[in-house]
Design a protein around this ligand. Structure first.
Ligand code: AMP
Ligand code: MG
Length: 341
């Protein structure tokens, strides 16, 4: 058992204090454009082990190394293809994690024993300043308790991590709102392991052919071995069971309103809230605004944990563009319990 600590609140002016916490082996809540992360010195196995303990994260689910620029790739990776630099030039700093072959300096605790490592340069100035000042890569997963929805505000991260981390840097709400896109460049063709803020279409514009891993589209059973070990775990789940309804927005609104029972809650488009009057709703933005859906999906899932709803219904966005990332998180939260109209 860890002793509860006094978790300090830092601001975007406190990069030096954040860097000191990282350099001394502590745990720091870091803002990024995607979600808040739980960061530690990625070269310090003991600090990295503390991340897993604070989250209750399974040991076989690797972390991402965050760096301040593509110049640092060679410190931690080998056999770096030109495609990696093409992606970095086009999308970094930004919501893209690139899987490359690791160098031995990267501890097994970070990679869960894989010979590859996920690398990302976040689009958040204070976090890049902290990493640069600490002069070590920051290993970080999302800052939630394992299995819960990812935090997109400092307050949401503190719900899970207050007393378990040394400090958190509050930079306001995340602008993207879903975790980074993960693309594996160690396979031919490159493979999308997780959809995120950089879309599949954008990746294909740079890389040409990109395969989509099965785990993006369906539930992996516990005896399967996906490329990203974390992909087999139940994820993003609120306490109440979730049912996703996919189809055109009118149709899904009608279907859900016809099936609602007392105590149910609905994740819906803001232009369809009136279909669910008398029920608890979480609006994720207008039906035609995928960026808003991404920004609000995790808050919507978390919000229902504060009310004792019995079941959660969700109107599903289209799975194109940024919608592939949003529907992936929703479907995982629902354990792939999806009704297609
Ligand atoms: P989180 O940010 O909490 O979603 O955790 C990091 C994600 O990156 C997990 O889904 C990991 O499985 C994935 N990841 C990290 N390193 C690798 C790697 N070397 N190969 C495949 N996936 C990885
Ligand atoms: Mg996570």
């Amino acid at each position: 058992m860890m002793n509860a600590m006094d978790t300090k609140r830092l601001t975007t002016d406190d990069a030096a204090r954040g860097a000191a916490i990282i350099a001394s082996g502590g745990l720091l809540g870091i803002p990024t454009e995607t979600v808040y992360g739980l960061g530690a010195n990625g070269l310090d196995s003991a600090a990295v082990a503390a991340i897993f303990a604070a989250k209750g994260r399974p040991q076989d689910n690797p972390l991402i190394l965050h760096i301040p620029s593509a110049d640092w790739l060679e410190r931690y990776c080998q056999d770096i293809s030109p495609a990696a630099y093409d992606l970095a030039r086009r999308f970094w700093p930004g919501p893209l994690t690139i899987i490359l072959k690791r160098k031995p300096i990267v501890p097994n605790t970070v990679t869960a024993g894989l010979d590859t490592v996920g690398m990302r340069c976040p689009d958040c100035a204070v976090t890049r300043a902290i990493i640069a000042a600490a002069n070590v890569p920051v290993a970080a997963p999302s800052g939630n308790t394992s299995g819960r929805p990812s935090p997109t505000t400092a307050e949401a991260m503190l719900e899970d991590m207050d007393g378990k981390i040394d400090a958190i840097v509050d930079a306001g709400p995340c602008t993207v709102g879903v975790e980074s896109t993960i693309v594996d460049l160690t396979t031919t063709p490159p493979r999308l392991l997780r959809p995120g803020g950089v879309t599949l279409e954008e990746l294909r514009n740079v890389l040409g052919e990109v395969a989509v891993d099965e785990a993006v589209l369906r539930l992996m059973s516990t005896n399967e071995h996906p490329r990203a070990p974390g992909m087999k775990y139940r994820h993003y789940a609120p306490k109440a069971p979730v049912t996703v309804v996919s189809g055109d927005a009118q149709g899904t609104a009608r279907y859900i309103s016809a099936h609602l029972q007392p105590g149910d809650g609905v994740i819906c488009f803001s232009d369809y809230v009136n279909f669910f009057s008398g029920f608890s709703t979480q609006a994720i933005g207008p039906a035609d605004d995928p960026q808003e859906h991404a920004r609000h999906i995790f808050e919507a899932l978390r919000a229902f944990d504060h009310e004792a709803v019995k079941r959660i219904w969700a109107q599903s966005p289209d799975a194109t563009g940024l919608g592939l990332a949003v529907t992936n998180r929703l479907n995982k939260a629902a354990g792939f319990h999806i009704i297609s109209l």
